[in-house]
Design a protein around this ligand. Structure first.
Ligand code: NAD
Length: 352
């Protein structure tokens, strides 16, 4: 039991369980709203249309242009659609890309937000928005960005491709691993982080074998909620800094990058905070970096940054950027050590 700590929880109404999408109309009404703009990515347009029919008169329209990293020009089109439809709230159906669009709208007009989360990225329970303009990604944190209601219905995740399920699940685990050594951690975030890692560690191999196993899907969403809540409550460190650098400056895809980097950043920090990472390490055979690497490989995750198209010549610049304005980290962020970490992640070499 720690001697002292600060505990701040984000308000959240979490509606959890297979079939819980049936409650969406009631949830819209309980927010005092009656005209929802349903958001999705282009590939989930059919699902958004179905949700629109389910909402009936409570739906003001559908906007299906959500894209990764929340481009500001898409948000501007969505704001116009929101105004034209006379909407009074947003319903984001999807993963972090769609949720990001809902957050971007709410940040601009304070729209109440409902989220139906269908990946494990965790954005639905954070007051954080990352958006891109002219190729530059910036992050803002504000109370208006935190969604009001989150529905986790595992039935909607049965068709989430195994490859996305795996990388998204490892992305969630990364929030929890960094939560274990976060500067602002408290006993509650530590409980959530340990439980989130444990649940995902058990659920992901089952999903790989049986993608339509509803129990495993439900457990993975539970883990995603726990890990996302940790992300929304405490500050992140080297792992997230490196992934933001690789995503923001080199255009690497979000979840895959997290999945590749996690074993390496965990190994880097395990040297400094062995005790704090011990509960997670135990789950992976005693050594967190190597254990996570073996786990990701078993799941069939991408293992090397070069597979994502990063060229070796970019590693020096990535290391420079990562150490220029580092996030707080439990182990000093040293240029040479980070460069070595990136080399291993680039080639897909197991961390030592
Ligand atoms: P995503 O939202 O881009 O989804 C990946 C793909 O899966 C998309 O094509 C999507 O349409 C599809 N998909 C989603 N759910 C599906 C389902 N149930 N069945 C079939 N296909 C489905 O990916 P993501 O990893 O969830 O989100 C990544 C984005 O979220 C990035 O922009 C990242 O920066 C952001 N993010 C933000 C936070 C935050 O707290 N601000 C946290 C995590 C991620």
């Amino acid at each position: 039991m720690p001697h002292s700590f600060l505990y701040i929880a984000n308000p959240a109404r979490i509606v959890f369980g297979p079939g819980s999408l049936a409650q969406i109309a009631d949830e819209v009404r309980q927010l005092g709203c009656s005209q929802a703009l349903v958001l999705s990515t282009p590939s989930r347009h059919e699902d958004a249309q179905r949700l629109s029919r389910q909402l009936g008169a409570l739906c003001a329209g559908v906007f299906s242009e959500a894209a990764m990293h929340t481009p500001v020009e898409v948000t501007e089109r969505a704001m116009a659609a929101y105004a034209k439809a006379g909407a009074d709230c947003v319903v984001a159906l999807g993963g972090g890309s769609t949720i990001g669009l809902g957050k971007a709208i709410a940040y601009r007009n304070d729209a109440p937000q409902l989220v139906v989360a269908t990946t494990y990225a965790g954005s639905e329970v954070t007051p954080i928005l990352g958006q891109t303009e002219d190729g530059i990604k910036t992050t803002v944190k504000h109370d208006s960005i935190l969604p009001d209601v989150v529905i986790y219905d595992a039935e909607l995740t049965l068709g989430l491709p195994v490859s996305i399920s795996v990388t998204s699940g490892l992305n969630a685990m990364a929030h929890a691993v960094e939560g274990l050594y976060a500067k602002e951690k408290n006993p509650v975030t530590t409980l959530m982080a340990e439980e989130g890692i444990r649940v995902l560690k058990d659920a992901l191999p089952v999903i790989v074998e049986q993608p339509e196993n509803i129990e495993a899907r439900n457990n993975a969403l539970y883990g995603a909620w726990l890990c996302g809540t940790v992300l929304g409550t405490v500050g992140m460190a080297l792992h997230h800094k490196l992934c933001h650098t690789l995503g923001g400056s080199f255009g690497l895809p979000h979840a895959e990058t997290h999945a590749i980097m996690l074993p390496h950043t965990a190994a880097y920090n395990a040297q400094a905070v062995t005790d704090l990472l011990a509960p997670a390490a135990e789950l992976f055979g005693g050594e967190l970096g190597g254990g996570l690497y073996d786990f990701a490989k078993y799941l069939g995750a991408p293992m090397a940054l070069k597979e994502l198209g990063l060229v070796e010549a970019d590693l020096d610049r990535a290391a420079d950027l990562a150490v220029q304005t580092p996030y707080w980290n439990p182990r000093p962020v040293e240029r040479e050590a980070v460069r070595e970490l990136l080399q291993r992640a680039w080639s897909g070499t197991r961390p030592e």
